[in-house]
Ligand binder design. Structure first.
Ligand SMILES: C[S@@+](CC[C@H](N)C(=O)[O-])C[C@H]1O[C@@H](n2cnc3c(N)ncnc32)[C@H](O)[C@@H]1O
Length: 210
Protein backbone atom coordinates (compact mmCIF):
# COMPACT_ATOMS: atom_id res chain seq x y z
CA UNK A 1 0.00 0.00 0.00
CA UNK A 2 1.16 3.52 -0.78
CA UNK A 3 2.69 5.30 2.22
CA UNK A 4 1.13 8.50 3.55
CA UNK A 5 3.03 11.80 3.64
CA UNK A 6 3.30 11.40 7.43
CA UNK A 7 4.81 7.88 7.10
CA UNK A 8 7.30 9.02 4.44
CA UNK A 9 8.33 11.95 6.66
CA UNK A 10 8.85 9.64 9.65
CA UNK A 11 10.88 7.24 7.45
CA UNK A 12 13.05 10.18 6.34
CA UNK A 13 13.69 11.30 9.95
CA UNK A 14 14.53 7.69 10.88
CA UNK A 15 17.05 7.45 8.03
CA UNK A 16 18.53 10.89 8.67
CA UNK A 17 18.66 10.86 12.49
CA UNK A 18 22.45 10.53 12.89
CA UNK A 19 23.11 13.28 10.37
CA UNK A 20 20.40 15.49 11.89
CA UNK A 21 22.18 15.21 15.22
CA UNK A 22 25.53 16.21 13.64
CA UNK A 23 24.11 19.05 11.52
CA UNK A 24 21.40 20.62 13.68
CA UNK A 25 21.37 18.89 17.08
CA UNK A 26 23.16 21.74 18.86
CA UNK A 27 21.94 24.54 16.56
CA UNK A 28 19.68 26.01 19.28
CA UNK A 29 22.88 26.97 21.17
CA UNK A 30 24.22 28.90 18.15
CA UNK A 31 21.02 30.70 17.10
CA UNK A 32 20.67 33.70 19.45
CA UNK A 33 16.87 33.97 19.06
CA UNK A 34 16.30 30.25 19.67
CA UNK A 35 18.59 30.22 22.70
CA UNK A 36 17.07 33.39 24.20
CA UNK A 37 13.51 32.08 23.79
CA UNK A 38 14.39 28.67 25.18
CA UNK A 39 15.94 30.33 28.23
CA UNK A 40 12.82 32.54 28.54
CA UNK A 41 10.67 29.37 28.53
CA UNK A 42 12.88 27.69 31.19
CA UNK A 43 12.67 30.77 33.45
CA UNK A 44 8.96 30.02 34.03
CA UNK A 45 9.68 26.84 35.97
CA UNK A 46 10.91 26.00 39.44
CA UNK A 47 13.19 23.00 39.88
CA UNK A 48 11.41 19.65 39.41
CA UNK A 49 8.40 21.13 37.61
CA UNK A 50 7.27 18.85 34.79
CA UNK A 51 7.69 19.76 31.12
CA UNK A 52 6.90 17.77 27.97
CA UNK A 53 8.78 18.28 24.71
CA UNK A 54 6.59 17.24 21.77
CA UNK A 55 8.76 16.15 18.80
CA UNK A 56 11.98 16.15 20.84
CA UNK A 57 14.02 14.78 17.90
CA UNK A 58 17.62 13.99 18.88
CA UNK A 59 17.08 15.16 22.46
CA UNK A 60 19.50 18.09 22.62
CA UNK A 61 16.91 20.57 23.92
CA UNK A 62 15.61 17.95 26.35
CA UNK A 63 19.15 17.56 27.69
CA UNK A 64 19.31 21.35 28.11
CA UNK A 65 15.99 21.38 30.05
CA UNK A 66 17.25 18.62 32.35
CA UNK A 67 20.48 20.56 32.95
CA UNK A 68 18.29 23.46 34.18
CA UNK A 69 16.75 21.20 36.84
CA UNK A 70 13.46 20.80 34.94
CA UNK A 71 11.72 17.41 35.16
CA UNK A 72 11.56 17.01 31.37
CA UNK A 73 10.13 14.24 29.16
CA UNK A 74 10.18 13.90 25.37
CA UNK A 75 8.02 12.22 22.77
CA UNK A 76 8.54 11.80 19.02
CA UNK A 77 7.15 9.64 16.21
CA UNK A 78 10.59 8.75 14.87
CA UNK A 79 12.31 5.81 16.58
CA UNK A 80 15.56 6.74 14.81
CA UNK A 81 15.52 10.26 16.26
CA UNK A 82 14.75 8.84 19.73
CA UNK A 83 17.68 6.42 19.45
CA UNK A 84 19.93 9.47 19.03
CA UNK A 85 18.12 11.21 21.90
CA UNK A 86 18.86 8.24 24.17
CA UNK A 87 22.58 9.13 23.84
CA UNK A 88 21.86 12.42 25.70
CA UNK A 89 19.01 11.69 28.10
CA UNK A 90 17.81 8.66 30.10
CA UNK A 91 15.67 6.29 28.02
CA UNK A 92 12.81 6.32 30.52
CA UNK A 93 12.23 9.98 29.69
CA UNK A 94 11.58 9.20 26.00
CA UNK A 95 8.53 7.66 24.28
CA UNK A 96 7.48 6.95 20.73
CA UNK A 97 4.20 8.85 20.45
CA UNK A 98 2.41 11.13 17.98
CA UNK A 99 1.65 14.76 18.83
CA UNK A 100 -2.02 14.05 18.11
CA UNK A 101 -2.47 11.30 20.75
CA UNK A 102 -0.56 12.11 23.93
CA UNK A 103 -0.73 9.12 26.30
CA UNK A 104 -0.79 11.24 29.46
CA UNK A 105 -3.47 12.14 31.98
CA UNK A 106 -5.21 15.52 31.76
CA UNK A 107 -3.24 18.37 33.38
CA UNK A 108 -0.01 16.35 33.79
CA UNK A 109 2.51 19.06 32.80
CA UNK A 110 3.48 22.56 33.98
CA UNK A 111 4.89 23.36 30.55
CA UNK A 112 4.94 22.11 26.96
CA UNK A 113 7.51 22.86 24.33
CA UNK A 114 7.48 21.99 20.63
CA UNK A 115 10.09 23.33 18.22
CA UNK A 116 9.86 22.92 14.42
CA UNK A 117 7.39 20.01 14.58
CA UNK A 118 3.87 21.31 13.90
CA UNK A 119 4.58 22.09 10.24
CA UNK A 120 4.69 18.29 9.74
CA UNK A 121 1.41 17.56 11.57
CA UNK A 122 -1.71 17.32 9.37
CA UNK A 123 -4.30 17.55 12.16
CA UNK A 124 -3.03 20.76 13.73
CA UNK A 125 -6.24 21.32 15.74
CA UNK A 126 -6.04 17.86 17.37
CA UNK A 127 -2.34 18.39 18.20
CA UNK A 128 -3.21 21.70 19.91
CA UNK A 129 -6.21 20.16 21.74
CA UNK A 130 -3.93 17.44 23.09
CA UNK A 131 -1.38 19.98 24.33
CA UNK A 132 -4.16 21.96 26.01
CA UNK A 133 -5.55 18.82 27.66
CA UNK A 134 -2.27 17.61 29.21
CA UNK A 135 -1.21 21.10 30.35
CA UNK A 136 -2.09 22.30 33.87
CA UNK A 137 -4.19 25.45 34.34
CA UNK A 138 -1.96 28.54 33.82
CA UNK A 139 0.62 26.26 32.18
CA UNK A 140 2.94 27.69 29.50
CA UNK A 141 3.27 26.36 25.96
CA UNK A 142 6.18 27.47 23.74
CA UNK A 143 5.90 26.66 20.02
CA UNK A 144 8.36 27.36 17.22
CA UNK A 145 6.71 26.78 13.83
CA UNK A 146 7.46 27.37 10.15
CA UNK A 147 4.50 29.26 8.66
CA UNK A 148 3.63 30.62 5.21
CA UNK A 149 4.70 34.07 4.00
CA UNK A 150 1.14 34.95 2.95
CA UNK A 151 -2.45 34.31 4.04
CA UNK A 152 -2.66 30.90 2.39
CA UNK A 153 -1.68 27.37 3.40
CA UNK A 154 1.06 25.84 1.24
CA UNK A 155 2.29 22.27 1.19
CA UNK A 156 5.68 21.20 -0.10
CA UNK A 157 8.31 18.46 0.05
CA UNK A 158 11.93 19.07 1.11
CA UNK A 159 14.51 16.50 0.00
CA UNK A 160 17.08 15.58 2.66
CA UNK A 161 20.75 15.17 1.64
CA UNK A 162 22.19 11.75 0.72
CA UNK A 163 18.84 10.40 -0.52
CA UNK A 164 17.63 9.97 3.08
CA UNK A 165 14.11 10.79 1.90
CA UNK A 166 11.73 13.72 1.85
CA UNK A 167 9.95 15.74 4.50
CA UNK A 168 6.37 16.92 4.01
CA UNK A 169 5.64 20.48 5.16
CA UNK A 170 2.28 22.15 5.73
CA UNK A 171 2.97 25.88 5.92
CA UNK A 172 -0.15 27.44 7.46
CA UNK A 173 -1.01 31.13 7.60
CA UNK A 174 -0.49 33.06 10.83
CA UNK A 175 -4.22 33.87 10.98
CA UNK A 176 -5.31 30.23 10.64
CA UNK A 177 -2.84 29.10 13.31
CA UNK A 178 -4.01 31.78 15.73
CA UNK A 179 -7.68 30.93 15.13
CA UNK A 180 -6.90 27.33 16.22
CA UNK A 181 -5.18 28.59 19.40
CA UNK A 182 -8.27 30.62 20.19
CA UNK A 183 -10.70 27.77 19.40
CA UNK A 184 -8.75 25.38 21.64
CA UNK A 185 -8.68 27.89 24.53
CA UNK A 186 -5.09 29.16 24.58
CA UNK A 187 -4.19 32.83 25.12
CA UNK A 188 -1.23 34.17 23.11
CA UNK A 189 1.15 35.96 25.50
CA UNK A 190 3.88 36.71 22.93
CA UNK A 191 4.70 36.14 19.27
CA UNK A 192 8.03 36.73 17.49
CA UNK A 193 8.37 36.43 13.73
CA UNK A 194 11.57 35.90 11.77
CA UNK A 195 11.25 36.59 8.04
CA UNK A 196 13.70 35.00 5.60
CA UNK A 197 14.38 36.84 2.36
CA UNK A 198 15.47 33.68 0.55
CA UNK A 199 12.76 31.25 1.72
CA UNK A 200 9.04 30.83 1.09
CA UNK A 201 8.31 30.41 4.77
CA UNK A 202 8.92 32.34 7.98
CA UNK A 203 9.62 31.22 11.51
CA UNK A 204 7.30 32.14 14.31
CA UNK A 205 7.76 31.65 18.05
CA UNK A 206 4.62 31.67 20.22
CA UNK A 207 4.26 31.68 23.97
CA UNK A 208 0.75 30.55 24.95
CA UNK A 209 -1.00 30.25 28.29
CA UNK A 210 -3.80 27.84 29.28
C1 LIG B 1 12.77 19.46 12.58
S1 LIG B 1 12.74 18.15 13.75
C2 LIG B 1 12.83 19.09 15.28
C3 LIG B 1 13.41 18.29 16.41
C4 LIG B 1 13.59 19.08 17.71
N1 LIG B 1 12.33 19.60 18.19
C5 LIG B 1 14.59 20.20 17.55
O1 LIG B 1 14.28 21.33 17.90
O2 LIG B 1 15.70 19.91 17.09
C6 LIG B 1 11.05 17.62 13.71
C7 LIG B 1 10.75 16.43 14.65
O3 LIG B 1 9.33 16.29 14.75
C8 LIG B 1 9.03 14.91 14.75
N2 LIG B 1 7.63 14.75 14.32
C9 LIG B 1 7.10 14.95 13.08
N3 LIG B 1 5.79 14.71 13.11
C10 LIG B 1 5.46 14.38 14.38
C11 LIG B 1 4.24 14.00 15.03
N4 LIG B 1 3.09 13.94 14.35
N5 LIG B 1 4.27 13.72 16.34
C12 LIG B 1 5.45 13.77 17.03
N6 LIG B 1 6.64 14.09 16.47
C13 LIG B 1 6.64 14.39 15.17
C14 LIG B 1 10.04 14.32 13.78
O4 LIG B 1 10.17 12.93 13.92
C15 LIG B 1 11.29 15.11 14.16
O5 LIG B 1 12.01 14.48 15.17
Amino acid sequence: MKKTAHELTTDAYNAFAQQYEKLWGESFQENKTDYFLLQKFCNNFKKEQKVLEVGCGTGNVLQFLLSQGINAYGIDVSEGMLQEAAKHVPKDRLSVMPATHLAFEDESFDGILSRWVLQHVENFTLAMQEKYRVLKKNGICYLAIHISQDNKTHTCWHALPDKAGRLYFILRSKASIESVFQKVGFTITSCEIQVHADKNDRDVHYFLKK
